[in-house]
Design a binder for this molecule. Structure first.
Ligand code: FE2
Ligand code: FE2
Length: 195
């Protein structure tokens, strides 16, 4: 079989779905390559800053690495703006959704809310509320998100910073996104999908 026969999913057989499962597993195993290509695409994302979004992401990830953060945090920083091209109105949520099966609920929450927390650094210049983050003040991860934005995002537009190149992070990406966390479902059950 190189293709299933059904034209409506309701007409598929167990054999069809076993065949499709195998192809899907193969496709999933190629995820790290697609993520690496998506990162490269950030070179052509939002312009006007001193450095492009790929270099911004590499700078953040390098700062996290040098600060001694764990791999989960380094990967979260590297991919936090991956939604900039396809989800310009919801880029934080897109990055969080991509990372969720691979990271703790804490890291998921930080990435999902980083856009609102970033407003602290600029919104007062353009008619927005720089304190919008305060509506999350009761979150257990409020201070962690401030830490993320302050140290690995808002300060990562320095064209003189000595960032590691993308090649440096590639083995880490391949290893980290090889398979979801074993306790992904357990964490979701504990905190809920809306965490
Ligand atoms: Fe962002
Ligand atoms: Fe950013």
């Amino acid at each position: 079989m190189d293709k299933v026969n059904f034209r409506k999913m309701e007409n598929g057989t167990a054999e069809d779905y076993a065949f499709l499962d195998k192809l899907e597993d193969k496709f999933k195993s190629d995820l790290p390559n697609r993520l690496i290509e998506a990162l490269k695409g950030l070179q052509n994302s939002i312009s006007g800053y001193q450095i492009n979004r790929l270099d911004h992401s590499l700078q953040g990830a390098t700062r996290a690495l040098r600060a001694g953060e764990d791999t989960e945090m380094i990967m979260a920083v590297l991919f936090h703006d991956i939604g900039d091209s396809l989800a310009p109105y919801s880029h934080s949520e897109m990055a969080a959704a991509l990372l969720r099966p691979f990271v703790s609920v804490k890291i998921y929450w930080i990435v999902k809310h980083h856009g609102v927390f970033q407003m602290y650094y600029y919104a007062h210049h353009c008619g927005g509320d720089r304190n919008a983050r305060e509506r999350f003040i009761d979150s257990p991860w409020y201070e962690d998100t401030i830490h993320f934005c302050h140290n690995y995002d808002q300060n990562c537009f320095d064209s003189d910073y000595d960032s590691k190149p993308l090649e440096f992070f590639i083995p880490m990406i391949r290893d980290f996104f090889a398979k979801p966390r074993a306790d992904d479902e357990e964490e979701l059950a504990r905190y809920g999908k809306g965490a």
